[in-house]
Design a protein around this ligand. Sequence first.
Ligand code: GTP
Ligand code: MG
Ligand code: NA
Length: 347
Amino acid sequence: SPSDGNNLRSPICCIMGHVDTGKTKLLDCIRGTNVQGGEAGGITQQIGATYFPAENIRERTKELKADATLKVPGLLVIDTPGHESFNNLRSRGSGLCDIAILVVDIMHGLEPQTIESLNLLKMRNTEFIIALNKVDRLYGWKTCRNAPIRKAMMKQSKDVKNEFNMKVTQIVTQFKEQGLNTELYYKNKEMGETFSIVPTSAISGEGIPDMLLLLVQWTQRTMIEKLTYSEEVQCTVLEVKVIEGHGTTIDVVLVNGVLHEGDQIVVSGMQGPIVTTIRALLTPHPMKELRVKGSYIHHKEIKAAMGIKITAQGLEHAIAGASLYVVKPDDDLEYIKKAALEDVESV
Ligand code: GTP
Ligand code: MG
Ligand code: NA
């Protein structure tokens, strides 16, 4: 049955917020990578995708001793840029996700792209949690590497706790000015109406277990229907990229359904719909970023949700943000091409 929880796809989570609040660094902390350190000027300029298998999430949340029974195969996280010039990428990312993490720098509070991101989320009625990041910058903070946040807070001095509470109160007020009720997640008794705040540090990892647990529990509890695997392919092009040895490739997010090597596909192109055949289906290794060049795993088929690099002929003029369609034997190709044309008008 659709609700037995055995046939769920991974939830897609988009990470959004103002520039330099620590979005990429938070993902680095979970992945054990340094993607942020390799970015020009430390600025994210592309959408990324990372797959976190359930085992890794279970491992990372075990100290919370909560019921971290994972019914989903994993979590697919979409990284977006916070720089003001990338509104289109934030919009593309938020349009794909089931849930979002809105990252706020505890030292700065709400900033222009926080509010812009918030408006995108409100517009689409997207569920989200708030990561109140950089708690380690509170003066006198004692590092408790990768600890659940309440455990870390217990280790802090009275002054740190006071400063923390003051900042949280200020930020809750700022959210209220935006028409939103927010509350520290462990005090939040009306999830769904009041948005949860998870204090985090991307540098020392405090609060990361809480953030992961909250994401998984919340999606599993409230989105079973949406997360039920379906045969119908739902897929969006994130980026169009030339990769040495592969020619022009497209990075896609497969939201639902399955893709196979050899599938005939239609993608919108600058000069009209592109009809081509999937030559290779590639993914980075789990816990690695799709947008970073590395070694790829070749797949015969891939089930949703996943960030995938597709190689095929004729992708040079593919349009990022457009949908990808699979042509099945009984499908009317002309009908699909028309759908692709109409779709691109909305990108
Ligand atoms: P854009 O993608 O460019 O919008 O930035 P971002 O939100 O991904 O932030 P990024 O990960 O690039 O981090 C920005 C800077 O803040 C870097 O110098 C990080 O090292 C630093 N930083 C991020 N998170 C933390 C944190 O929790 N604590 C401290 N002290 N510094 C952090
Ligand atoms: Mg970034
Ligand atoms: Na940055």
